[in-house]
Design a protein around this ligand. Sequence first.
Ligand code: SF4
Length: 412
Amino acid sequence: MSITQRSGKKTASGWALDSSCFHTTVKEMKRQNPVSSTQTPLPVTRHPVTNACYRESKSRPFIIPIFLPHAGCPHQCVFCNQTAITGVRRNIPSPEALRGQINNFLNYKGKQRKTVQVAFYGGNFLGQPKKDIECLLYEANKFITAGKVDSIRFSTRPDTVDNERLDMLNGLPVSTVELGVQSMDDQVLALAKRGHTASDTERAVHRLKKRNYEIGLQLMVGLPGDDEIRSLATGRRVADLSPDFVRIYPTLVLSNSQLAKWYEKGKYIPLSLEAGVAATKKLYLLFAHENIRIIRMGLQISADLEKGTTILAGPYHPAFGHLVFSDIFLDRATSILKSEIIHTDTVSINVHPRSISKMQGLKNRNIEILKRNFHLKSIRIVPDVSLGEDQLALGSHFSLPGLCQSWRKLNE
Ligand code: SF4
């Protein structure tokens, strides 16, 4: 973490504390937080919170999701109820409906989003009958030919990725394949009634790599029989496969699922929200360390999910990913404060403007925890555009010699 200190005075600030900071523009911040050319910058140690694995939204494709709940599924896995998650009840849209959905989404594409993908989610894409696969791809391909869409992605089970099905995709503009991996522990997979093994996933990834597809792997934490050791072992085996990106979902008890029955009988106890965040954080850090992008943590919010009758139990939060990031920032700030010699009861933490809420935590939770643990009267969060979104820097109201001492310590 860098103590971003300016000429031995307290860091320019004030406006960092309240929620109005979220809306302060970068230009305003530069104006309010200038570094004078006459100031001699002191050594700065920037502390990465993680490797930056979330990409800027501009560089992410504009996704047009087409949900095909349970299409091609050989059975219902114990945790799954796609109809409940997606709010879509029909299985496969007609060609007209599909075209209508794609056109609808295209109306919302921002000018800055360069790449557009049609994404088939919510089922087992390659498990569908050949004619259905061809029909969906044929309709999506019309938009590609018209120059409105760039490519297609879909999610499928690892055991459907065989050479025969992949040959079917030859010549079609499918760029990305996501695999529902869930776990790399065969016992956990068996308890979830997945019907495939970890070796199936490894084989599928190798086949997809041979054909140069972009590969995304979807994982779950908190499945029956899973624990921290198995979850981290899953993370390591997945990292060894070097996917292009991963998604991490906490297991929720969804209505009309097998897990709901087990939960009602007391046979399955879901993770608490805190434990779900902690388990996801460990996987996030593992993947971030391996420079593997994590594109999602937690389920996408939908009106159906929020209804209250869909999720019976489990670590659901509409801002689940934010909770994970907040925890990571809290851990980092804690470890830096522990390593500091604190001569004051007031400190400033500099973060990139887009990371303010992550540092604060929900309802200022992180700040309250840090204040309590380090006996601080006040902690100011200072927006600092000179920092990366994954960095934080500790500033404090030390006198200059005190600050220099602290820096030397941090730079050792
Ligand atoms: S997890 Fe995937 S394969 Fe299993 S029921 Fe759900 S959509 Fe189908």
